[in-house]
Design a protein around this ligand. Sequence first.
Ligand code: PEP
Ligand code: MN
Length: 328
Amino acid sequence: MAEKSTVIAWAEDLGYKVHLSSGDEHTIIGVIGDIRPLNREQVERMPGVERAVPVLKPFKVASRDFKPESTTFPIGQHMVGGKELFIMAGPCSVESRSQIIETAHAVKEAGAHALRGGAYKPRSSPYSFQGLGEEGLQYLAEAREQTGLPIITEVMEPALVPLVCEYADILQIGARNMQNYALLHAVGKSQHPVLLKRGMSSLIEEWLMSAEYILSHGNTRVMLCERGIRTFEKYTRNTFDLNAIPVIKHLTHLPIIADPSHATGKWEYVAGVAKGSIAAGADGVIVEVHPNPEEAMSDGRQSLKPEKFAQLVIEMKAIAQAVGRDVN
Ligand code: PEP
Ligand code: MN
C-alpha cells in the first residue's frame, strides 16, 4: 500500500496524470503523459514495481493494456459489460406522448432493459423532422416513470448536455458527432453513462481516441456502439462491421453494443445482424422499434414492429446462451 502511494506520488510530482486499476492479482498504475524521459530500469527498481510497460497505443485509459478486466457498470436494474446482454429498444424519434409510451410498454414487455428515443435528431436534411426537443425529453421521462426503463437519448451539442442529463440515464453520441470534441469533453465531465457511436467513416482507432476523450475526464461508463460504416454497397444503408466486435473486445475493456438498425437500414435484415453480433461477442444491442413503422417520422424502414422485436429477444437469448452469455 505504501509502495503504491510512493509510486503514485513520484509520477504526480513529475507532472503525469495517474490512472489506477486494481485487479485481483496486480495493480496497474497508469502514467499518462510524455514518458520518453523516463528510464524503464529505474522505474522497475522502485519498491513494489514488478514491471514497467510502455503502452504504445495512442489510446491509453481505453486500452486493455491499461485495464485488463472488462468494464462493467449498472444501468437501471441491469449490469452492462458482464455475462448478461444489455438490450435497448425504442423508436428512432420521440414523435408524441402516446407513441413513446405505447412503445415503452411494448419493448418492456418484450424484454428490453432500456428505452431509446431521439428528442434531438441529427437529420441529413434541414427540412426533415428535427425532433420534439425538451418536450420529447419530458415524454421520455414519463415513459420511464410508467415502465421503470432507463432512458437513452442523443445529445448533439455541449450546451444541451445539462438539460439532457436531467432527463436521460444514458447519453447517446451519434455517428455524426463522434469527433465533436467539445461534445466529448462535455459528456465526459457529465459523469453520465455514454453510448458512443462509431462515425460512419471512422477507423476503430479514431473511435477509441474519441472514447479516450470521455474517459480522460474520469467518466468510465462508456459503451461503444458499432452502427455500420460506409462502403460501396447500396442494398443496405451501411455495412455492419462484424470485425469490429472481436477487435474492440481485444483492444479495450469497454463494452461494445451493436446497432443492427442503422447498420442495415431495412427491418428484414435487423434480426440476422443482431444475432450475428451477439454470437461475435457483443455486450448488447440497440434496436429501433416502432408501433407503426409505416407512419414513423424517421427511420421507419428499419424499425421493427413490437411483435418482431419480441421474437428477436427470444432468439438473441438462445444465441447468448450458446456463447456463454444470457439475457434476463
Ligand atoms: C439514431 O440512433 O437514431 C441515429 C441517428 O444513429 P446514428 O448516429 O448511428 O446515425
Ligand atoms: Mn434512427
